[in-house]
Write a protein that binds this ligand. Structure first.
Ligand SMILES: [Zn+2]
Length: 120
């Protein structure tokens, strides 16, 4: 069963956060609809730090790959405040390094063409 959660999504620093509903992917992580420059649904999905609205993914992916990346990142305690996370070298490596989560996100073709297994 999917658990939904509300996230104050920080899209741009010059605008207030947008409150969106996302899927709880791991404790402290949510998959939310990616937005375009006009705050409309772009057709993809982002992985975000729930407490801060920090978008962890550099680009939108399909929901399946966002969920898979969240599973790879679940060993990190994402329930910590964003300031603590950004100062943690393991978090920096997990988000920006050559890790399985990053490989999943990079290899996602797009929200429209990525191969999603049946029953996903
Ligand atoms: Zn994908």
């Amino acid at each position: 069963m999917t658990t939904l959660t509300e996230v104050a999504l920080v899209v741009r620093a010059d605008r207030p956060p947008l409150r969106v509903i996302g899927e709880q992917a791991a404790p402290g992580l949510a998959v939310v609809a990616a937005l375009d420059a006009d705050d409309r649904y772009s057709g993809g999905w982002w992985l975000v730090h729930q407490a801060s609205g920090w978008v962890l993914t550099s680009g939108a992916t399909c929901a399946h790959c966002a969920r898979r990346a969240a599973a790879e990142l679940a060993a990190i305690d994402w329930t910590r405040p964003v300031g603590e996370l950004t100062g943690d070298i393991w978090v920096q490596v997990a988000v920006t390094g050559n890790t399985p989560a990053r490989a999943i996100l990079r290899s996602c073709a797009s929200a429209y063409t990525c191969e999603i297994p049946e029953g996903c």
